[in-house]
Structure formats: structure tokens, C-alpha cells
Design a protein around this ligand. Sequence first.
Ligand code: NAP
Ligand code: F7E
Length: 321
Amino acid sequence: MIALITGITGQDGSYLAEFLLDRGYEVHGVVRRSSVEKYDRISHLRDRVTLHQADLLDQLSLIRVLERVEPREVYNLAAQSFVPTSWDQPLLTGEFTALGVTRMLEAIRAVDPAIRFYQASSSEMFGKVRETPQNEDTPFYPRSPYGVAKVYGHFITVNYRESYDLFATSGILFNHESPRRGREFVTRKVSWEAARIHGGLVDRLSIGNLRAERDWGFAGDYVEAMWLMLQAETPEDYVIGTGVTNSVQRLIEIAFDEIGRDWREHVEQDPALLRPAEVERLCADPSKAKRQLGWEPRMSFEEMIRLMVRTDIERIDAGAG
Ligand code: NAP
Ligand code: F7E
């Protein structure tokens, strides 16, 4: 079995590559050209995966990589994935996160329409939610250029499935985190800064909206759902989440409990970190994935946050930060 992952250097790409290698896959990854290689998340896999330079902005590069690799499965995880950046760079976000999906789908049509395709869709598409919890039929109301771009990516995947009979699926994944999460996202920002406070390197943590609520799960559990979606008999879309919602404040309470400190003595709210339009509360109804794919999350939110804090403490003890 041969799989190609775009975004293999990202959080999810690294977990998915591990997951597929464990199942005996030949794993190939798309990386974009950079003057400095930043492959930290897959450094432990470097001799087991094959990397190819290509870019979601460059149609021909995608066609060439598909011709070279001849994959049976393509996981399109690459995107500009940080919501605040999407207000600063809305056009680039649209190019990567929206039109990039069409470029990959067109490459599949041109090279091998039998390829099974996974699109990384997002709970940010629900935005200002129309109902709670959110399922596969809940209407979208995105609240950022990122969310809008993901809605395009979702519907172009559905449209190519219906227009050209491709095995094209869209996973509507709620927030998922891990010790490999980028440091700009709130869970890792909190675990990293809590670890630095624990180590005496800093004393304060600046935070935005404490009341925002998310359905947070563990990235290692969620990549299994991506794979299961491509093993199903028919291509369908699935909501993937835990069904449990926590607030940013609760996240901070757990992280500071792990380091034995009172969060109120260290955390300050910074209005500059508030978003132009906020997604206040998200909560998944993942019952279709459980019923049809047999998928269920394993790690709880609290376990995951404590793991992230402990891992960051180890990193700082080893000289990071
Ligand atoms: P991430 O850590 O930000 O990784 C994004 C990946 O995309 C990186 O490997 C990045 O490469 C690559 N990339 C960006 N622009 C590219 C381009 N033009 N051409 C080729 N590669 C490009 O994101 P993640 O958390 O793993 O998320 C994976 C996917 O799931 C994303 O599409 C994200 O939007 C979506 N998603 C994430 C979540 C979540 O909670 N994590 C939830 C729902 C959906 P570099 O290393 O070169 O930057
Ligand atoms: O914010 C609030 C912030 O940046 C979560 C991406 O993977 O998941 C992610 O998008 C919440 C928001 O993730 C800070 O306002 C408060 O309400 O960790 P985040 P996100 O925007 O939910 C979805 C599903 C994706 O698809 C995206 O790719 O936390 N918040 N204070 C903060 N957020 C950040 N980043 N920093 C703060 O200081």
C-alpha cells in the first residue's frame, strides 16, 4: 500500500505517517522548498518515509509527485492552519487552504482517478453554530477567512465526488492537540508557558478569550479516523470529535495544577489576542463515525493537557526554550 501525505511536516502529518508505517504502508510526503529544512516532527521517521518537493500553489508539481509515487491513498493535510493569520493573509490562506484542494483533486483526475482522497476539513466551518452538538448535516457559518477557505475545500471535495465519481472524503475534525502541536495554538501555548514558568524562565502568560470553548481531542487518535475513512466501502464525510467541551480557562487550570501553581497569579488577559470574530463554543456529535467506522477517541482532555505540560517540562530541562 502506498500513501502520499501533504503536510507531512505538520502535527497531523507526523502522527499519520507513524500510523501508516505501523500498518506496513510505503509512506511518501510532500514538503515545500525552504532555505532551512524544518523536519523536527518527522526526524525520527526520516529513513522510513520518502519526501518530495511540491507545493499546493503549483499544479504541475502536484501532478508530477502523483506520477512519481503512484499512491493508492492521498491525505491532503497541508494548509495555512492558524486562524489569526488568516485575517492577516486572507488571500494566501485562500490559495493554500481552498484552491489548493482543487489543485490536488485535478491532479488526481489527471493522473489516476482511482486514488482515494482524504480532505482535512475543520469544525471551524461551523463557526457561529446553527445547532449543538454539530453533526454532518449541521449548516456551516464560518467566522474567519480560514473557516471560509475550509468550507470551499469541503464542498469542492463533495462536488468532485459527485461530479467525477472520485473516492473523495472530507473529515470534519474538531480541535486536536498533542505535544507536537505548534506553539501558537492555545493548548501548546499554555503547556509551553506553564513549563517555562515551572522552570523559572518566565513569570507571566498572556492569553486572549478565556471563555472560548472547544471540543479538544488527541491528534494521535484522530489520524486513525482519517485512515478508517479511506478504508470504508463508500466515500462519505464524517464529524470527528469527542462530544466533550472545555473552556480555555479550564485548560489553564489543568496546566497550572500540573505544575502546582495558582494560575491566577500568572495569567493576564491581553485584548490584542482577541479575534475580530470569535467562535465561542464547539461541540461534536461523532456518532456517525462510531456507528459506521467503529472510531472512538481514547485519550481524555485532562490526560492530554497533563501529558503536554510534562513533555514541555522535559524539553525545557533538556535545554529548549
Ligand atoms: P500544521 O501543523 O499547521 O501543518 C500544516 C502543514 O501544511 C505543514 O506540514 C506545512 O508545511 C504544510 N503546508 C502549508 N502550506 C503548504 C503549501 N503551500 N504546500 C505544501 N505544504 C504546505 O497543521 P495540523 O494541525 O497538522 O493540521 C493538518 C490539517 O488539518 C490542516 O489542513 C488543518 O487546517 C486541518 N485541521 C486541523 C485541526 C487541528 O485541530 N489540528 C482541526 C481540523 C482541521 P511547513 O512545515 O512547510 O509549514
Ligand atoms: O484557538 C482561544 C481562541 O488557536 C482556540 C486550528 O487547528 O482548530 C484550530 O483552530 C481558542 C480560540 O485553535 C488564546 O480565541 C484564547 O477560541 O488553539 P486555537 P482554533 O482557532 O480553534 C481548528 C479546528 C482548526 O481547523 C485550525 O486549523 O482559544 N484563545 N487565548 C487563544 N488562542 C490562541 N491561539 N492564543 C491565545 O493566546
